[in-house]
Design a protein around this ligand. Structure first.
Ligand code: FEO
Length: 170
């Protein structure tokens, strides 16, 4: 059974994950308007993943007898200066999410909630991957800065990403 404290924190994190989906859809819209369909597609896949992250918190809260509260989601930025600006903002956002996951884990440890700790392990690992993928694309973007052909090649590469729904246990 989730404590009230953890339940509130999980509901807050559910909001953060759904906001992430909203943010990445806004970024997809920007890339679409810049005629970079590969980048747009990558962001759409990222948004779908974030929806599944939000759902994991929803499901775990229900399964542990907690009460879900869907909190208001702020509007994301819609205007960006460049692809580099998008990925810088994306990386900053992922660092914020990592910090909030770590904070949840701290609460779960303090409260000796072992089930919540096991559940959160997946997110701790996932955040390493999330920061790493934004960081890697940012580095590639900086490498091809000012090179239109390099940007188009990167657009093709990012367009290959496909959405893979996580399994129930992963
Ligand atoms: Fe669900 Fe990108 O953090």
């Amino acid at each position: 059974m989730l404590s009230q404290n953890l339940q509130d924190a999980f509901n807050e994190q559910m909001k953060n994950e759904f906001y992430s989906a909203y943010l990445y859809m806004a970024m997809a819209g920007y890339f679409q308007s810049e005629d970079l369909p590969g980048f747009a597609s990558w962001m759409r896949v990222q948004a779908l993943e974030e929806m599944t992250h939000g759902e994991k918190f929803f499901n775990f809260t229900c399964e542990t007898g907690g009460r879900t509260h869907l909190l208001p989601i702020a509007g994301p930025p819609n205007d960006f200066k460049s692809a580099i600006d998008v990925f810088e903002q994306g990386l900053t956002h992922e660092k914020f999410v990592t910090a909030s996951i770590n904070n949840l884990m701290n609460i779960a440890v303090e409260e000796k909630d072992h089930a919540a700790q096991i559940f959160l392990h997946w997110f701790v690992t996932e955040q390493i991957e999330e920061e790493s993928s934004f960081s890697l694309i940012l580095k590639k973007l900086k490498r091809v800065e000012g090179d239109g052909r390099g940007l188009l090649l990167l657009d093709q590469e990012l367009g290959q990403r496909v959405f893979v729904p996580p399994t129930q246990s992963a």
